[in-house]
Design a protein around this ligand. Structure first.
Ligand code: C5P
Length: 225
């Protein structure tokens, strides 16, 4: 392990979108550049953590010195994350598709047969919720993200309770000049057990470094895993 306040700490970062096939040529996915998650993985590694990045397809170059597991679907992201347990901390940045097509058709659906007007969907596993609610070997610190377009704080606080995670990093993804979605900058609110902290607009790299410092502070004390 590298030296630093997070040396010997194992941290999971999920990042990017998940991609859920409809047929061999089509998929359902979420918008996600992976930038914030990759920056967090790099910042944690720079503090000495042993980082596993479980990532959906993105155009980002994975930071050196971390374990990278590439996945496509939410189910793959879930099982890759579980397979890499235990972790001291999990940071779930991925934009996971909530639903996937119930059946993946092995042949291309032809519009001539009216096949694309109705795609039955089924719910995907929730990685953040699953990790948060683990009864044995739960990561000490589980962090989720909440991308919202309105009532950011209200929705994010409700999400923290619903998912059972420790912290939520909430951001406003309303379209605009400095849109976080795909952009280089982010304005976030960190919601912890101690309340809400609004951070000023900064680069995704700065958000990552600030969050990594907070994680290091929270994981002080003897390693549990
Ligand atoms: O419910 P929603 O998708 O808005 O919650 C966002 C948070 O939950 C993010 O941290 C995301 O990575 C995580 N999530 C997950 N698995 C899902 C859906 C969301 O880990 N199936």
């Amino acid at each position: 392990d590298a030296a630093g306040p997070l040396s010997h700490r194992r941290v999971l970062v999920t990042a990017g979108p998940t991609v859920e096939p409809i047929d061999p040529v089509r998929f359902i996915a979420n918008r996600s550049s992976g930038k914030q998650g990759y920056a967090i993985a790099a910042a944690l590694r720079n503090l000495g953590a042993d980082v596993t990045l479980v990532t959906g397809p993105t155009n980002e170059k994975p930071p050196a010195g971390i374990n990278v597991v590439r996945v496509q679907t939410a189910r793959e992201m879930m099982s890759a994350s579980e397979a890499a347990l235990p972790f001291d901390c999990a940071v779930c940045c991925a934009a996971v598709a909530d639903y996937r097509p119930e059946i993946e058709t092995p042949h291309k659906i032809k519009k001539e047969r009216g096949g694309l007007t109705d795609i039955p969907l089924t719910e995907n596993p929730d990685i953040l919720k699953t990790l948060s609610k683990m009864t044995e070997g739960r990561p000490r610190l589980v962090i989720g993200f909440a991308a919202e377009t309105d009532d950011v704080l209200g929705h994010a606080e409700a999400k923290r309770n619903r998912k059972g995670c420790d912290w939520i990093v909430a951001n406003d993804v309303s379209p605009g000049e400095h849109c976080a979605m795909g952009g280089e900058r982010n304005t976030v609110i960190l919601i912890t057990e101690d309340g809400d902290e609004e951070w000023p607009e900064m680069s995704k790299g700065e958000v990552a470094r600030k969050l990594a410092d907070r994680i290091a502070g929270a994981l002080k004390g003897p390693a549990l895993v």
